[in-house]
Design a protein around this ligand. Structure first.
Ligand code: GMT
Length: 370
């Protein structure tokens, strides 16, 4: 099958899932064509049957705002026609689902029917999609996709309820690739002494991630336990949080690494993952942490993968006191730690790519048949 995949190329979960899906499909013999404004971060080596089409924006003094969507439409239209692509799979509704609809209509004029699969990831529904200015187009493009998938039941319910969607939405959870996971315990001593515990948080530092609460949880814990905090990623809230940390008496215990292409090394040396997001449709990064046997302290928002009292603890997103106490109890009780760690690893194994990829292939096969 020849499959076109449209995604964001950055460090966000939707781009990572789209890229890993494409790589997994390519390994199974499909030809994969990626479209984005930049090479997706995880598409970092040559594959015989993966092709990347960079979408560049036409610049002209009259165009005060970026014409990315138009360039993407044209690139898809030309490539789908020339390469005889069988199916178009877009990740993140805005603007990709609407772009896909336009491409489909243009190709219809030439008697080509390209099936469209749209995967909803989270903020495309829960934050951006809900804004009054975008609501109509998100609703329209979801309804016009041939198949819609989303990453959790909670995101499915939110989409159906908020947009009054009648269309069936298939839940296909996010996944990880256990085979590719690498560990590097050697770097532990760069961050901590043997007796220290290491807490880690990874995100795009957007307000929804509540990174300031990660800091508060850490400082509460730090008064009782010798520990370090590693903050991975970058985004709008980073400077604010960095300033708060620099003024804290625990500043020497907190590391900012910035964005990293691979997070496995740091996850493999950490003891506890913290994700207090106000909203989280799935929390791919928590799944990645669990695949390293890390228990998770998280909010109970949306479809977050962490299971209360099984793989860690969950709380209301702003209940800093409970999250701090939960973190302290996990790290001070070896038996509890081992139980949560084992459960986290076992749960993560259910989300290996080998189990999830066939669910997408089934959808593709059904669409191509008709
Ligand atoms: O977390 C983000 O803000 C990035 C966003 C994205 O589009 O990449 O993540 C969303 O999609 C991920 C992959 O499906 C999910 O694991 C994240 O939970 C989801 N983020 C939110 O719902 C806030």
């Amino acid at each position: 099958m020849k499959i076109a995949i449209v995604c964001y190329p950055t460090f966000g979960g939707s781009g990572i899932i789209a890229t890993e899906l494409g790589k997994g499909l390519a390994l199974k013999g499909h030809d994969i064509h990626f479209f984005s404004y930049k090479m997706p971060v995880r598409l970092n080596k040559h594959f015989n049957n993966i092709f990347f089409h960079e979408v560049s924006v036409f610049d002209y003094p009259l165009f005060e705002f970026s014409q990315y969507e138009i360039s993407l439409v044209c690139k898809l239209y030309e490539t789908i026609k020339y390469e005889k692509i069988d199916l178009l799979h877009v990740h993140y509704a805005i603007p990709h689902a609407f772009v896909a609809y336009l491409v489909k209509k243009m190709l219809n004029e030439e008697d080509i029917d390209i099936p469209i699969v749209t995967t909803l990831h989270g903020t495309d529904i829960s934050l951006v999609g809900k804004s009054a200015s975008l609501h109509p187009i998100v609703k329209f493009s979801i309804n016009k996709s041939d198949v819609v998938t989303c990453v959790s039941n909670s995101l499915k319910d939110e989409t159906i309820n908020f947009f009054s969607i009648k269309k069936e939405i298939n839940v296909i959870p996010n996944f990880i690739n256990f085979k590719k996971k690498k560990e590097n315990q050697k770097i532990r001593s760069n961050f901590a002494d043997k007796s220290d515990k290491i807490l880690i948080h990874i995100s795009n530092f957007r307000p929804v991630k509540k990174v300031n609460n990660v800091f508060k949880i850490f400082t509460n814990l730090r008064t009782k336990i010798n520990a370090k905090l590693i903050l991975v990623g970058d985004g709008p809230d980073r400077s604010k949080i960095e300033n708060i940390c620099r003024n804290s008496k625990f500043r020497d215990d907190i590391y900012f690494t910035g964005k990293l292409e691979s997070i496995d090394d740091l996850l493999s040396i950490s003891d506890l993952f913290i994700l207090p997001s106000e909203k989280e449709s799935f929390g791919l990064v928590a799944l990645e942490a669990m695949s390293h046997g890390l228990p998770v302290i998280s909010s109970n928002s949306g479809g977050i993968i962490n299971e209360d009292k099984v793989t860690g603890f969950t709380s209301n997103y702003n209940d800093i006191e409970k999250m701090s106490n939960d973190a302290i109890s996990i790290l001070s009780d070896k038996i509890l730690y081992k139980k949560f760690s084992d459960n986290a690893l076992n749960k993560a194994k259910n989300y290996d790519i080998s189990r999830i990829l066939p669910l997408y292939e089934k959808i593709y096969n059904n669409l191509i048949k008709f």
